[in-house]
Write a protein that binds this ligand. Sequence first.
Ligand SMILES: Nc1ncnc2c1ncn2[C@@H]1O[C@H](COP(=O)(O)OP(=O)(O)OP(=O)(O)O)[C@@H](O)[C@H]1O
Length: 251
Amino acid sequence: MDAVLSVKDLNVVFSGFKALKGVNLEVYDNEIVTIIGPNGAGKSTLLDAIVGKSPVASGHVFYQGKEITNRSPHQVARMGVGRKFQNPNVYNQLTVFDNILLALKGSHGILASITAKLTKAKKGRIYDVLERTTLLDQAFEQVDSLSHGQKQWVEIGMVLAQDPSIVLLDEPTAGMTAKETRMTGEIIKSIAQTHSVVVIEHDMEFVKQIAERIVVLHQGSVLAEGSVEEVQSNREVIEVYLGREAISTAA
Ligand SMILES: Nc1ncnc2c1ncn2[C@@H]1O[C@H](COP(=O)(O)OP(=O)(O)OP(=O)(O)O)[C@@H](O)[C@H]1O
């Protein structure tokens, strides 16, 4: 089976500082890959390099077999790689429905999108996204009035509305309540039924809820890769990330 996303020997250098050192990563259809690792390990830089936001010094990124290394973020998004950043980037004064509408692939500008007559197909796609992100009941509420967690879901919805086949999420549960975090896990699992998903995450409980394959980054390199159990019992991972406390539980 061919990988949807394939990262080969990737190096990213910021003014002489090697943020990524020979990283390899493969992501297949409908799988969830979770990236963990200490602060500064290079997790966000990896996603940035994939979507063309951080310049790749050497190595390659392939999406559906096509090389996308160092293409513009706009081009990469248009090809089908959706990326959600850490901070919500939503239109607070508009409704949830209008936010999703604006993000739909093929929308042109706020006024044109909102005033144009909606086709049945577009409406259907918006409702599908609202359902997947558990926001149907809030469809006509202003985003301003939503909780922090719901705003994050709106943004996940905006990524889905662009019709990507792979979705990259950078710490989607940051600042969420336990209940919202759990719900986000369910949303991600539902997205993975039809998309590949790559998630950067720190909360190990959440990682256990969603993880199928975990990649551990440390100082710009892949330190380990495997199932939750494999990673949790890996001594090097415990040493650099999970903490000594985990040794007793993993042993
Ligand atoms: N634009 C940049 N210019 C210079 N250095 C950068 C830049 N972006 C990231 N770095 C550095 O690269 C390293 C990796 O950063 P990155 O944000 O990818 O880590 P991370 O694993 O996502 O960390 P965190 O968990 O704290 O978000 C850090 O040392 C960071 O300071």
